[in-house]
Design a protein around this ligand. Structure first.
Ligand SMILES: [Zn+2]
Length: 255
């Protein structure tokens, strides 16, 4: 089932057959319908890898990476555990939909140095995840359940650490909070996020970061990001607001 091995930065990762990764998910609904309808739309050659070194709380991540030797863009799916468990069907559908959204011209903020990967992928995800998840809602994936699990694990981690004091860590916290506010906004008719344990913890322990994240979420929803151009302008605005020009690049939208 191992197809080969690639280097991701300095980390060697084993590559697996897709059939092996998704086998048990194909026996679940609505993943079966989703996969039958959407998989053929993905043009990228996906490298499904096992990456036990993902940051705590992140079990899956899709990464686009330029291979400097061949000039090709590699699409790497990193899973903390392989094969994917059937309870992870929402996450795998989510990662696959990221590829479709990217193909349609919506670009996230790229990192120049791997040190900033977590920060910039938190920022990118805050908006790309909403675009992705709104499509999953159409298939009736249970997002509220998935969000509640994420919020519980975020709360478990947050309550054990002291609020960040270092500027980069504060910004990371803020972007993660923004991501929570944005995604819960999608299902606001089913659950009030501001009442959750993690929201209460954030408001009590990092009130300024929470307020700033809330302000950005209002701004983003007002200006919109449902076209590649609008998303680009939103990222451009935020990169300037937080003076991140030196640590990232913003690919222009492709259509
Ligand atoms: Zn995502």
């Amino acid at each position: 089932m191992i197809k080969g091995r690639i280097m991701f930065g300095k980390t060697p990762l084993n590559v697996y057959e897709e059939d092996y990764i998704v086998a048990s998910l194909l026996r679940t609904s609505p993943f079966d319908t989703f996969y039958a309808n959407e998989r053929a739309n993905i043009r990228a050659n996906i490298l499904w890898t096992h990456d036990p070194s993902l940051p705590i709380g992140v079990d899956f991540r899709s990464t686009f990476e330029a291979d400097f030797q061949t000039g090709e863009i590699r699409t790497i799916m990193r899973l903390r555990k392989v094969p994917a468990h059937r309870s992870h069907s929402v996450m795998i559908a989510h990662e696959l939909t990221h590829l479709i959204v990217d193909q349609q011209g919506y670009k996230g903020v790229g990192f120049i140095d791997q040190r900033y990967e977590n920060l910039l992928s938190a920022l990118s995800s805050a908006f790309l995840d909403v675009l992705v998840d709104s499509r999953l809602l159409a298939y009736k994936f249970d997002l509220v359940k998935a969000y509640k699990e994420q919020a519980t694990s975020a709360f478990t981690q947050a309550r054990n650490i002291s609020p960040p004091t270092e500027p980069l860590m504060q910004l990371l916290f803020q972007f993660n909070t923004l991501g929570l506010l944005m995604e819960w906004g999608l299902v606001r008719d089913q659950f009030d996020f501001s009442d959750s344990a993690i929201a209460r913890w954030l408001k009590k322990n990092v009130p300024f970061l929470y307020a700033e994240a809330e302000q950005i979420s209002v701004y983003a929803n007002k200006h919109g990001f449902a076209t590649p151009d609008k998303l680009y302008h939103l990222f451009f605005f935020l990169i300037q607001r937080y003076k991140m020009e030196q640590i990232c690049y913003l690919p222009p939208p492709t259509t």
